[in-house]
Design a protein. Structure first.
Length: 384
């Protein structure tokens, strides 16, 4: 294992963590889940009524608990096959792959003084960790089910710490209903088909809190572009800006998406961006608007598996823009995207096709499933 070193999204990749989906069993529809996936729960092709939390749960004294929506085992099995394919592909490209701890089958729920939630495996590990150079920053989660997700990465982080890495944990939110700024959800065109209920009071209410994902950041050497869509993000960005002052420059963009930036725009190499649309590019910091833009053809619904009415879809059709760069000229792309592959090849990229079938059911692409810990690049100044 090499010392931690990752400043950007494209420099030659040496070491990476690939997530785990073992014992992924269900989704839990509750306030934090609905807010996080707000844009896609209604913009997908199916109708998902919000689950009632009244009735039996209140009789049992567990007000605020939510039912769990089981995921068909064949989807989980195929997801695990595809993840192993990602691992083998990266290893064939001379990348060292690390893995998190798996969720034990007996671990069904976690609990804090304020709430309890089901457990989600450490699959989309890009989200709750931000690597900035030689520092691991665990970010404050936005979904209760993922509150302890970075614990599954402890063995990996410990080894990097022993090799000199800094290791920081941002303030952890209490995550009561009142902690969430719902302004984006209330203002946007997406969202659950039934209104998100008023927050329930809790003795642990402290008002809005920091909530933020590493996937809201585009890393460009000395510069970090951060998507801010609500007060939770803004507080966390304030913390990050103070924490990295003198080492990195923070550039805020506002409401580029509900949260994550990496299916909207990715930097494939210095001077080249993969962008969802020209409208997205117009919202980026001015220096980035001069970079070459690759805007692939819009995906179509028939590019994806067709699911049953009770299968909950968590991403937009643009999830396959979530590619992973192995070097400035080599990119891992879903093999189900021939138009995206041809577009990148026309721009002189070497494309490595990899299978990933159920990305819309599990909320992530290759960039989401991976956390690059060692790249050759340094703290370069790409924006001037």
């Amino acid at each position: 294992m090499l010392p931690l070193n990752s400043f950007d999204e494209w420099s030659p990749l040496k070491e990476v963590v690939v997530g785990s989906a073992l014992n992924y069993a269900s989704h839990e529809r509750e306030l934090s889940f609905d807010l996080f996936f707000h844009d896609n729960l209604v913009r997908s092709e199916w109708y998902y009524p919000r689950l009632s939390v009244a009735g039996d749960s209140e009789k049992e004294g567990t007000r605020g608990a939510a039912d769990r929506l089981a995921i068909k085992q064949r989807y989980v099995d195929e997801l695990n096959e595809d993840i192993e394919g990602i691992v083998k592909t990266l290893e064939s490209l001379s990348v060292t792959v690390h893995r998190p701890l798996d969720v034990d089958q007996a671990t069904a729920r976690v609990q804090t003084p304020a709430w309890s939630a089901s457990v989600v495996p450490p699959l989309n590990i890009r989200d709750n960790t931000l690597i900035l150079g030689d520092e691991i920053i665990e970010t404050p989660p936005m979904i209760r089910s993922r509150y302890f997700e970075t614990q599954f990465l402890t063995p990996v982080f410990t080894e990097y710490f022993r090799r000199g890495a800094r290791w920081t944990v941002m303030p952890r939110p209490l995550m009561t209903d009142a902690s969430f700024d719902r302004s984006y959800a209330n203002a946007s065109a997406g969202g659950p088909t039934e209104p998100i209920a008023d927050p329930q009071p809790s003795p642990y209410d402290v008002g809005f809190e920091m909530m933020f994902d590493g996937a809201q950041c585009l890393r460009l050497g000395r510069d970090i572009v951060v998507n801010v869509s609500n007060d939770n993000h803004a507080m966390a960005c304030d913390w990050l800006e103070r924490h990295v002052e003198g080492r990195f420059r923070i550039h805020r963009v506002y409401r580029l998406s509900d949260s994550h930036i990496d299916s909207m725009v990715l930097a494939l190499r210095p001077g080249t961006l993969l962008v969802r649309s020209a409208e997205v590019a117009e919202q980026l910091p001015e220096p980035l608007r001069t970079w070459d833009l690759i805007i692939p053809p819009a995906p179509e619904s028939n590019d994806f598996p067709q699911y049953d009415d009770d299968d909950i879809v968590l991403t937009s059709l643009f999830i396959d823009l979530n590619v992973l760069s192995v070097s400035p000229d080599t990119v891992l792309v879903n093999e189900a995207c021939p138009e995206l592959i041809r577009t990148l090849e026309r721009h002189r990229f070497t494309v490595v096709p990899v299978r990933h079938r159920h990305r819309r059911l599990f909320g992530g692409g290759f960039h989401c499933f991976t956390l690059d810990t060692v790249r050759d690049g340094g703290v370069e100044d790409y924006l001037g």
